[in-house]
Design a protein around this ligand. Structure first.
Ligand code: FE2
Ligand code: FE2
Length: 167
């Protein structure tokens, strides 16, 4: 790996994190009654996404959809089999309840993501378009549903009407 390869990786991570952080800051600015500052955070967040995607493309990490689904399945599987279980154990040891809960939400949902990606990959391998369905995401734990949202989130008990429909 060249120095530039390492730098691309670091820059992709940094820009990706800045994108999510600025969206969180935009939400906070809205709550505090600063719509113009919220808009500035959203604009910069969008710009950081452009940078992140440029870096990722230069890294050659955006491949065919079949390859990308494979990458997604592996990443999610690693997270729920190894990364989050370890993180949850550490959070317990550290007595950090909020972190334990945050890791636990992610851990449970990554299993669902892995299964959804695997299903799409299987359809693609069978030369079929995946069935046309809507997706719904829980705003509290990230739980992800196909077809319709549940009456109550089985992971965090959030009610159906709060779920976000993905457009
Ligand atoms: Fe995931
Ligand atoms: Fe949830």
């Amino acid at each position: 790996m060249t120095k530039t390869d390492e730098n691309l990786k670091a820059a992709f991570a940094g820009e990706s994190q800045a994108n999510r952080m600025y969206l969180a800051f935009a939400k906070k600015a809205e709550e505090e009654g600063f719509p113009q500052i919220a808009l500035l955070f959203k604009a910069a967040a969008q710009s950081e996404t452009v940078h992140a995607l440029n870096h990722l493309t230069v890294m050659g990490q955006v491949k065919s959809t079949a390859d990308n689904l494979g990458t997604a399945v592996s990443g999610e599987t690693y997270e729920f089999k190894k990364m989050y279980p370890d993180f949850i154990a550490d959070a317990k040891k550290d007595g950090n309840k909020p972190a334990e809960m945050s890791f636990d939400f992610a851990n449970k949902v990554e299993q669902i993501h892995a299964a959804l990606y695997q299903k799409a990959l299987d359809a693609l391998k069978a030369k079929k378009q995946p069935a046309k369905v809507d997706y719904y995401v829980c705003p509290v734990c990230g739980n992800t549903f196909e077809g319709s949202a549940p009456d109550i989130c089985p992971i965090c008990s959030t009610l159906k009407e709060k779920f976000m429909k993905i457009e």
